[in-house]
Write a protein that binds this ligand. Structure first.
Ligand code: FES
Length: 164
């Protein structure tokens, strides 16, 4: 092999090695990001024995997940109704009309949104107002007395529940 040919071969080999060193982690990140996109992680909300039965309570908790290349940690809240120590309904705190946070009115036994006066029953159905669909439930599970939630965000202002 001529000296010039050897140098070309050597430079090509170094370029391939350099490409692998830089490219493999990048491709791995893209693949893992694509695999987890749109899938929320389970977040620990708290012990169920501290929650009252049959009465909605708003609970704040820290949720975490990966979006694109970034690990994020957010402070979120959910509305929880414990039907028993092993069964709960968890609502997103976001009104399905335009995204305000609603509250529970204990006196009237209903959820009320302060922005445009949508009113929801204890089971989340719309009683009055412009909300186009019932309150959004979140996936929840109870393991060893601890409630976990998959915190997701949904499109507002539409009759269909769509994760965003
Ligand atoms: S945002 Fe709740 S009623 Fe409009």
């Amino acid at each position: 092999m001529q000296r010039r040919g050897f140098l070309k071969w050597l430079v090509s080999c170094l370029a391939v090695i350099n490409g692998l060193i830089l490219g493999i982690p990048f491709i791995g990140t893209l693949l893992s990001s694509a695999a987890t996109r749109g899938k929320a992680a389970w977040s620990r909300v708290g012990a169920v024995d501290r929650l009252p039965l049959g009465v909605p309570v708003e609970v704040r908790f820290q949720s975490s997940g990966t979006e694109a290349y970034f690990h994020r940690s957010d402070l979120n809240s959910v509305w929880i109704i414990m039907h028993s120590r092993g069964d709960a309904t968890v609502f997103s705190p976001v009104c399905t009309h335009l995204g305000c946070h609603f509250t529970w009115n204990q006196q009237h036994g209903r959820f009320e949104c302060p922005c445009h006066a949508s009113v929801f029953a204890l089971d989340g159905t719309v009683l009055y107002g412009p909300a186009p669909r019932r309150l959004d439930t979140l996936p929840a599970k109870i393991e060893k007395g601890v409630l976990y939630v998959e915190y997701e965000r949904f499109q507002v202002g539409t009759p269909e529940k769509k994760v965003i």
